[in-house]
Design a binder for this molecule. Sequence first.
Ligand code: ADP
Length: 267
Amino acid sequence: MKYFAGIDIGSTAIKIALVDTDKNLIGHKISASGSMFYKYAKQTLKDMLEELNIAPEDVVYTVATGYGRKLFKEADENISEITANALGARAAAEGQCNIKTIINIGGQDSKAISLDEDGNVVNFAMNDRCAAGTGKFLDVVAMNLELEVDELGAYHFKSQGTPLAINSTCAVFAESEIIGLLGNNNSVEDIVAGVHYSIAKRIIKLVKRVGIKEGIYFDGGPALNKGLVHAIENELSREIFIPKFPQITTAYGAAILAHESHSYENG
Ligand code: ADP
């Protein structure tokens, strides 16, 4: 059996997806990027193949993507996150949502990608200068509130009344603002909801730069946070589609491209 791997070396997490000859997703693995992307990416691939009981030589083509893609020298090819994200998103939503707008929130950046009728990328906008509106911001908020990042969603839904406004546009100032809100006896739940709405507002500004077209899809690690999804849907007044494995769709897109490139080279 032949397999095709996609490796997404993100600023925060390494994601690996493996597809078979029918482009079915047969396994994936996520680990922290740490400071040695290359070493951890190799280890993550090794661990995933061992868990799936697949010999490394059966992985016949590998495509790397993401922030650290050029460091993974063993890859047969590397592609931009935008291309990989669009490919993976379309495959993950196939038959469920005709995607026209992709929202991706990563560890240290956020993106909005606009697709045409045929699913080709026509435009994109990116925020990689400011931590507010990224996963990093959520990580810092969780740490300040003594929570794990995967607990934020549940706290959001326990919030009562109007979510608190977080007015600082910079993550560093927002952190002090949150500490101030805690000091003024606001509940953790209301602060969490306020943070989600502040990120939602920022993301929508970014999406407006490419145009909001129906068929709205959201992925990246923060899409696992149902509270954030709820805030974005409320701010947009539209439903958004979340794939089954939102953190690995860019890796999945790279794996699909690995399959296509291998087929092209080998007829
Ligand atoms: P990158 O590709 O830039 O490394 P990811 O798409 O992997 O980023 O997203 C990483 C972010 O996802 C983390 O900073 C964290 O905020 C968020 N995240 C990861 N796992 C979860 C989870 N289980 N629940 C909520 N948020 C999560």
